[in-house]
Design a protein around this ligand. Structure first.
Ligand code: ATP
Ligand code: MG
Length: 449
């Protein structure tokens, strides 16, 4: 039993290894690259006699020359001890108690080393091993145990800012240098423990531009169906992380390459295989990536509006053909589309309003006569609707000329705007074109079902 435990925790060799402690010239991360608040937290904890390291994504990102999103600290102090060491600190979370330490407006997340791996047959050992240390779902452990329960070797690096050393338990520094994403321990066991790690593998590979190690990759396709058992809300969160990571285009392809796109992104199944819809999806993902990288806003609602646009068009065309008036058919189609999606991917209803607004505005961009374009300009969602129109144009779903017209109209002076307006009848005539396209797309979509 003990042997099996050790093998699971420390890898196939079964040897209990300590960390490699790598000096500055082996990794190049300097104290000055660490957020001042994280420095203050590690220094204070160490002065109080605890171990404290910068961990996780920040160390990984610095190692490959990227700017970390946030700095997390791991320590052997319990949450209460951490809180007592700082003037402004708060314990948050119930399942996993973590401490937020504040410096001005910044907050650093401090976690206590954990031994929790969620392996049922190990839980028994753990209860007796760490007797007395169990607190709700928290099983505090040593740094080695904390490292072993993390997902990938590059995510299990501990940086000591004072010494400028990295404590590397699983060869993460070498893997980072090889641009290799490798799961810690036995891949199948770790993916069964938490199938979301498969999605994380795809996300990190895309985001870091790493290859997934062959042994890590091998079981994924076979285990993909395990994702069906994951609560929809967690899948949704993970999907949003991937889509708003700034590397959505690559991420979606990585998902597809691993055979992971079926259950989680049902709308992607159809889009990725459809020559009519693919350009639109690419335009949408490309645009989202550019926005995230330029630190512009990129909202989940906007992206969902993109992903479901063709489904909406299909419903809309069907309802119109059944004799409903255009506007009524559009609203009915919106509800139908969102409800149908919810059966497979439970996304929060709070996005519905924005999604519907973006969709509902689309026909209004076709009206280029009289006072209507001016009214549309002052609509609070004008910009989102216009961005959506640009993507449609790039994806071949709206005339480029229409998108260009709006690009010009927005910035034009009064006289130019007046000159750009179209006579009412020409406006009417133009309205039909995109509808024909929508019907064509809907037919193409229906043919795939
Ligand atoms: P990002 O920059 O995308 O936030 P990250 O590495 O910080 O990347 P998080 O999701 O914030 O990723 O998680 C923080 C750390 O917690 C990870 O680096 C990893 O060590 C650990 N972790 C997170 N989720 C899991 C999981 N499902 N299984 C094992 N370890 C995990
Ligand atoms: Mg993080």
């Amino acid at each position: 039993m003990i042997k099996r435990f050790l093998r699971k925790v420390f890898g196939r060799s079964g040897r209990v290894r300590g960390p490699q402690i790598l000096p500055l010239d082996k990794h190049g991360i300097r104290r000055s690259q660490i957020h001042p608040c994280a420095l203050k937290v590690t220094r204070t904890l160490k002065e109080a006699g605890y171990a404290a390291f910068v961990v996780g994504g920040a160390v990984r990102d610095l190692l490959i020359g990227r700017e970390p999103k946030d700095f997390d600290v791991a320590t052997d102090a319990t949450p209460d001890e951490v809180r007592n060491a700082f003037r402004r600190a708060r314990i948050i979370g119930r399942r996993f108690r973590i401490v937020h330490v504040y410096c001005g407006a910044d907050a650093i997340e401090v976690t206590t080393f954990r031994a929790s791996g969620g392996v049922p047959d190990l839980d028994e050992d753990r209860v007796t091993d760490v007797d007395g240390l169990i607190l709700r779902d928290n099983v505090f452990g040593s740094q080695g145990e904390d490292a072993a329960r993390r997902d990938f070797t590059v995510n299990a690096l501990y940086y000591d800012p004072e010494a400028e050393t990295i404590w590397d338990w699983h060869g993460g520094v070498a893997d980072a240098q090889k641009k290799m994403l490798r799961i810690i321990g036995d891949p199948e066991t770790r993916f069964r423990e938490d199938p979301v790690r498969m999605l994380r593998a795809a996300r990190f590979a895309a985001k870091l531009d790493f290859r997934i190690a062959p042994e890590t990759r091998a079981p994924i396709a076979g285990l993909a169906p395990l994702l069906e058992r994951i609560p929809a809300a967690r899948l949704f969160d993970e999907m949003i992380k991937l889509l708003l990571s700034g590397h959505a285009e690559r991420g979606v392809h990585q998902l597809r390459a691993e055979g992971l796109h079926h259950g989680i992104l049902p709308m992607l199944d159809a889009i990725l295989d459809d020559p009519v819809r693919q350009p639109f999806l690419h335009a949408a993902l490309h645009d989202t990536d550019a926005r995230v990288r330029n630190e512009q806003s990129a909202s989940p609602a906007f992206l969902l509006a993109c992903l479901l646009w063709f489904d909406l068009n299909r419903s809309w065309a069907r309802l119109r053909e059944a004799g409903e008036a255009a506007q009524a058919a559009l609203f009915a189609a919106m509800d139908e589309t969102l409800e149908r999606q919810r059966e497979s991917l439970a996304f929060p209803r709070r996005f519905d309003g924005t999604i519907k607004e973006i969709w509902g505005l689309q026909p209004r961009y076709e009206q280029r006569s009289g006072a209507r374009p001016y009214r549309l300009l002052s609509h609070p969602r004008f910009r989102a609707g216009y961005d959506f129109l640009l993507i449609r144009a790039r994806g071949g779903d709206a005339p480029q000329e229409l998108a260009d017209w709006w690009t010009r109209f927005q910035d034009a002076g009064e006289a130019e705007r007046a000159a750009m307006l179209q006579p009412a009848r020409a406006g009417e005539g133009r309205r039909r074109k995109p509808r024909r396209r929508a019907r064509k797309a809907a037919e193409a979509g229906a043919a795939l079902d």
